[in-house]
Design a protein around this ligand. Sequence first.
Ligand code: GAP
Length: 465
Amino acid sequence: MSAPNIETIVSLSKRRGFVFPASEIYGGLGSSWDYGPLGVELANNIKKSWWRWLVYERDDIEGIDSSIIQNRLVWKYSGHEQTFHDPLVDCRTCKGRFRLDKLLDVQCVDHPEVHPGENKDCSLTEAREFNLMFRTTMGAVSSDDDPAALAYLRPETAQGIFINFANVLNTSRRKLPFGIAQIGKAFRNEVTPGNFIFRTREFEQMEMEYFCRAEDAPRLHQEWIDGFQAWLQSLGISAANMSLYEQSAEELAHYAERTVDIMYRFFPEREDESKQWDELMGIANRTDYDLRVHSKKPEDAEGKRINPDSTEDLSYFDPQTSERFYPYVIEPAIGVNRTLLAVMMDAYTEKTNEKGEVRVILKLKPEMAPIKVAVLPLAKNNDEIVTMAKKIKHELQSSMRTVYDDTGGIGKLYARQDEIGTPFCVTVDHESLDDHAVTVRDRDTWVQERVDVDSLSEYLGSRLR
Ligand code: GAP
């Protein structure tokens, strides 16, 4: 089983401290979300898994962390100033503002039973292009619209990698094929954000640019599509809730030759199966577009430099063949937030206890679980039990994320840990004082086992692995 809809995860997140509406005490801020004590741990676990898999466990990928605000010329030559637009329409009657290409995904403001444009009163304007980049000004400027001070918040982390291609190549002495990975915030002034953390204006991306020879690009593209499906499954996302989508020529971004999206079943409640899916990540063959457009050398048909502002040539010299060329790039790009949502939706299960009550269990993989172990005293008024439980918590916490909780009866405490995905609860009871053993309860089976305190850390460590 997985979550029946996103709303179920919204309420679990708020109730237990994964994700809260941002600026809530001031009425919120359209589609902005804050990550609470458990949400930040889950997001960090996803990022750590991605980084470990790509940067540490492979031999051919380096990591970087580039600036959110770059020289405006980066966005001029990347094409974002010219083309990073959504087509926008307004309704003169209901005053709604919609993306022309997403009309079927939203409702008319006055008549929510129909899509915009489908009611006789709807009066949509002609579409106009709306640039999605957030604008800001750099430094102490005389006026807010001083063009010399105009800067953008990055709409993707990828460009920070392309403009550092030569820096990384020269300092790490890499040979093709190799990749550069980066995790960081990106910002898009989305026309219709929504569906909780699925589409927001501020989000976090994990992007990797894998540089290779043009002739190797199609094969490597397929390898990364397969590789990412396997990695997503390792996070606990079931294959049945993932599918592949090949972008059509009309849908491809201006830089891409081929893009395959990995889709997740974010909307299982929709009757029409084809509408249940939406993009979790994209894997693009960006050709040599980016390295060329940021290079000082390439010329157009009339012999004029395509980029007269760049001071660097981002071509690659192959010492074995003595060729100089612009490498192709395979780009797997995924959002941390959408991954977190998919991981939570897939882990969501319900189980009926012996009293006939329905309990929520978040069956997260141990690697993903925000808390690995909860130590619970059976009697919070018994000093000896409390002291022993706190001592066990302190002993475990250096090797695994452990919490101590005595804020309710044992049944309530177990239910709370099940709901937030804690794989193991350790209970200290009256017998523990005599036999120096504790009860370890498994989240998924609710089976309890007695374990000696001296071997507890090793026991839990091996079961968490
Ligand atoms: N560099 C390529 C690129 O940015 P993208 O498909 O626009 O490609 C990559 O973005 C991923 O970033 C998406 O698949 C999604 O997971 C995430 N993403 C994009 N826009 C988002 C938004 N507004 N809110 C949340 N996540 C978003």
